[in-house]
Write a protein of this length. Structure first.
Length: 157
């Protein structure tokens, strides 16, 4: 089926911007109810991290909690594809581990594209790698090409 209307295409692709996108005045519960289908709410709420923040407002979350919520919302919506722009930005190693588990789990049901300079974590969760350099896309066969293309120095992988 060919999608030609912009609204149809937008339902297929979700985007996580680098900067926070949920208004500070929103409550966590309201945010989740607006973003997640009713039949998925119970599973969404089963997450320990989500339970710990349910009675708060967005403005009361730490940077890591907010990023986790945003990524979890994006990964659990109805779109078939997700673009995560710098999902690891400002996260602690423990939060990165939680995000990687979310990404790995959800990659079985939707396509996920990650743009981030945190190459170690991108490599951990990726099935394919590409490098944008000087306006050109380079599809990589293995991580050694990151050194060959001048993105990493030898020994960084």
């Amino acid at each position: 089926v060919v999608k030609s209307k912009t609204s149809e295409l937008l339902n297929e692709i979700s985007y996580l911007p680098q900067d926070n996108f949920i208004p500070n005045s929103f409550s966590i519960k309201k945010t989740i109810q607006l973003a997640i289908a009713k039949e998925k709410l119970q599973d969404f709420y089963a997450d320990e991290m989500i339970q710990s923040m349910l009675n708060k407002k967005i403005k009361h979350l730490s940077g890591g909690e907010l990023r986790y919520l945003e990524i979890k919302l994006i990964l659990n919506n109805a779109s078939k594809f997700v673009l995560l722009d710098e999902p690891y930005n400002g996260l602690s190693p423990i939060m990165i581990e939680k995000i990687n588990k979310l990404i790995t789990t959800m990659s079985s049901v939707k396509g996920i594209i990650i743009t981030d300079h945190n190459y170690e974590n991108v490599i951990k969760v990726s099935t394919k790698l590409a490098l944008m350099k000087e306006g050109k896309m380079h599809h990589l066969k293995d991580t050694n090409e990151l050194v060959e293309k001048g993105y990493l120095r030898s020994g960084m992988i």
